[in-house]
Design a protein around this ligand. Structure first.
Ligand SMILES: Cc1cc2nc3c(=O)[nH]c(=O)nc-3n(C[C@H](O)[C@H](O)[C@H](O)COP(=O)(O)OP(=O)(O)OC[C@H]3O[C@@H](n4cnc5c(N)ncnc54)[C@H](O)[C@@H]3O)c2cc1C
Length: 462
C-alpha cells in the first residue's frame, strides 16, 4: 500500500465489524467503527446488570469447526478462554428421560458409530433409515446440500421417510438451536450442510464455552488491540443512511446530522439494519442491493434462571425437544466466571441460560409469563431434581430480529462481501461464507471483506 493511509468507515461494531477493524489496522488502514449501541459486540454482546451479574444477548457455543475464530482469538491471545467440553450431545425429554449422542476418537465416519448404536433412545431401525437417507450426502459430500435449498428440512425428511420421532426429538431442537426456526421453516440445506461437516470432520461438532463473558474474552480484547494500532471506536453513533451519488458511496449520514466520509465503507450491520441504511435509489438501480430486502431477521429470546439447588450437574450444552427451551446450559458448571448470583459465588446450584425459541408468539408475553413457561419446561424435563426448587433470580432479553432467517430459496440472496460499488463492502453473518449467521460466519465474512478491500486498493494503485 502507498505511504498515504487509506481510511475505512466500518458501520456496526458486532463481531464482524470488530474483526474487520483488527484485520484492517494490521494492514495499515486508518479505521473508524460506528456502533449505535452503548456497548460493542452486537449479538455476542454481554453486560453487567445493576446487581453485578453478567447478562448476555444469548448463550454462545463455540463449535470446533470455527477455525477462523480460533485463529483470531490466538492473535488477540484469548484462545485459552475457550473451555472445550466432552464431545457429546445430550437431549433432555419430558418426564426426565434423556438420550446422548457420543462420538469416538476415530476417523470419520467411524467417530459417529456410538451415536447410531448406543444413543439409548432411537431404535436401530430408526437410525438405519436415517443413515440410508444420508447416502446422497455421503456420496456427493458438500455438493449435495445446495441442491436441497428449495425444501424445508421437514419436507426433505418426509421425502426420505426417516420417521417423525427423529425429526421431532432430534432435529427440531437442532434447527431451533442453530437458527431459532423449526424444521418446517428452515431450509434443508442448512441442516444437511451442518450434518455433512460433522460427518466429514470429527472435531467440527465438538463444543466449548467461554470461561466467562464474551465482553472480557472477545469483544474488548479486539477493541483494545485495534485501538492500540490507531483505530477509533465510536459508540452511541447511529448510521442513518449511506449517501450514494449514482456511482459510488460518498458519505455516511449519521442520525445526529453529521456526515462522515472515507476512502472505503464496510457495512457490518444486521440484515434488517442494512436494508434501512441503503438508499432506495441504490436498491432500484442494482438488484444486488434490492434483493437484500428479501432476507429477514429471526426473533429469539434469551432467559436466565438461578435456582436454589443443582437441577443438573451437566457441564455441557443441553438440548430439549419438549417445551420452549431447545438449547441451554447450566452456566454455574459450564462457565466458571458465571458461577455467581448478585456478584457472590454460586456453587453447587443452577444458573441456567436458555435460548427460548420459536419466539414469534412469545415476544408479546411479559417477562413473568416467559419465565413461567421456561420454568415449566425445566420442571417437565427434570421432575425429580426440580421438585421444590425455588427461583432466586431471572432475566429475559428479547431480540425481535437476530440472525437472518435461512428459509428455503433464500441462499441465492445472501450477498458476497464485494458489491457492485467500488468503495462499498459488506460483512456480517448473513453474507456469503461457510458458517451461516454464527460467530465463525461473522469472522469469516470480515476476513473476506478485508481481502476484497485490499484487492481493490491494489487495483487502484496499479
Ligand atoms: C440468542 C443468540 C444465540 C446465539 N448463539 C450462537 C452460538 O451458540 N454460536 C454461534 O456461533 N453463534 C451464535 N449466535 C449468532 C452470533 O451471535 C451472530 O451470528 C454473530 O454475532 C453476528 O455478528 P455480526 O457482526 O454479523 O452482527 P451483529 O452482532 O448483529 O452486529 C451488528 C452491529 O451493528 C450495530 N448496528 C445496527 N444498526 C446500526 C446503525 N444504524 N448504526 C450503527 N450501528 C448499527 C448493532 O448494534 C450491532 O452491534 C447467536 C445469536 C443469538 C442472537
Amino acid at each position: 500500500m502507498s505511504s498515504e493511509k487509506k481510511s475505512v468507515l466500518i458501520l456496526g461494531g458486532g463481531l464482524a465489524g470488530l474483526t474487520a477493524a483488527k484485520r484492517l489496522v494490521d494492514k495499515g488502514f486508518q479505521v473508524k467503527v460506528l456502533e449505535k449501541r452503548e456497548i460493542f459486540g452486537g449479538k455476542v454482546s454481554a453486560w453487567k446488570d445493576e446487581e453485578g451479574d453478567w447478562i448476555e444477548s444469548g448463550t454462545h457455543c463455540f463449535f470446533g469447526a470455527y477455525s477462523v475464530l480460533y485463529d483470531l482469538m490466538k492473535e488477540i491471545k484469548t484462545a485459552h478462554a475457550v473451555d472445550w467440553k466432552e464431545h457429546q450431545l445430550t437431549y433432555m425429554l419430558e418426564g426426565g428421560k434423556s438420550f446422548t449422542f457420543k462420538t469416538w476418537d476415530l476417523p470419520s465416519p467411524l467417530h459417529l458409530l456410538p451415536a447410531i448404536v448406543q444413543n439409548g433412545y432411537f431404535t436401530f431401525g430408526e437410525m438405519a433409515a436415517f443413515a440410508k437417507s444420508l447416502i446422497p450426502l455421503a456420496l456427493k459430500k458438500e455438493k449435495y446440500a445446495p441442491t436441497q435449498d428449495h425444501l424445508s428440512f421437514a419436507a426433505w425428511a418426509a421425502e426420505k421417510k426417516f420417521g417423525n420421532r427423529l425429526l421431532q426429538k432430534m432435529f427440531r431442537p437442532m434447527a431451533l438451536a442453530l437458527k431459532f426456526i423449526p424444521p418446517e421453516e428452515i431450509s434443508a440445506k442448512i441442516i444437511l450442510d451442518v450434518t455433512e461437516t460433522f460427518y466429514r470432520i470429527p472435531d467440527a461438532s465438538r463444543m466449548g464455552f467461554l470461561k466467562g463473558s464474551p465482553q472480557e474474552y472477545l469483544t474488548q480484547p479486539l477493541i483494545d488491540y485495534s485501538t492500540s494500532k490507531g483505530a477509533i471506536f465510536k459508540n452511541k453513533t447511529v448510521v442513518e443512511e449511506l449517501l450514494f451519488d449514482g456511482k459510488e458511496i460518498n458519505g455516511v449520514q449519521l442520525r445526529n446530522g453529521e456526515i462522515l466520509t472515507a476512502d472505503y465503507y464496510l457495512a457490518a450491520l444486521p440484515i434488517h439494519n442494512l436494508q434501512k441504511v441503503l438508499p432506495d435509489t441504490l436498491k432500484q438501480q442494482l438488484p444486488f442491493f434490492g434483493d437484500l430486502d428479501r432476507l429477514e431477521g429471526v426473533p429469539v429470546i434469551s432467559a436466565q434462571i438461578w435456582y436454589d439447588r443443582e437441577i443438573t450437574s451437566a457441564d455441557n450444552v443441553l438440548f430439549s425437544p419438549d417445551g420452549v427451551i431447545p438449547v441451554y446450559a447450566n452456566l454455574a458448571r459450564t462457565t466458571p466466571d458465571y458461577a455467581t448470583l448478585r456478584g457472590e459465588p454460586f456453587i453447587g446450584k443452577t444458573r441456567f441460560e436458555f435460548c427460548v425459541a420459536p419466539a414469534k408468539e412469545l415476544l408479546a408475553l411479559s417477562k413473568e409469563e416467559i419465565i413461567h413457561l421456561v420454568d415449566q419446561s425445566v420442571r417437565n424435563c427434570y421432575p425429580d431434581t426440580s421438585r421444590g426448587a425455588r427461583i432466586l433470580k431471572s432475566t429475559v432479553v428479547k431480540i425481535p430480529r437476530s440472525v437472518y432467517a435461512p428459509l428455503p430459496r433464500m441462499e441465492q440472496y445472501r450477498p458476497s462481501q464485494k458489491t457492485p460499488l467500488r468503495n462499498l463492502f459488506l460483512a456480517g453473518g448473513f453474507s456469503q461464507q461457510l458458517y451461516y449467521d454464527s460467530m465463525g460466519g461473522a469472522v469469516m465474512s470480515a476476513n473476506l471483506a478485508v481481502d476484497e478491500i485490499v484487492l481493490n486498493v491494489g487495483k487502484m494503485e496499479a
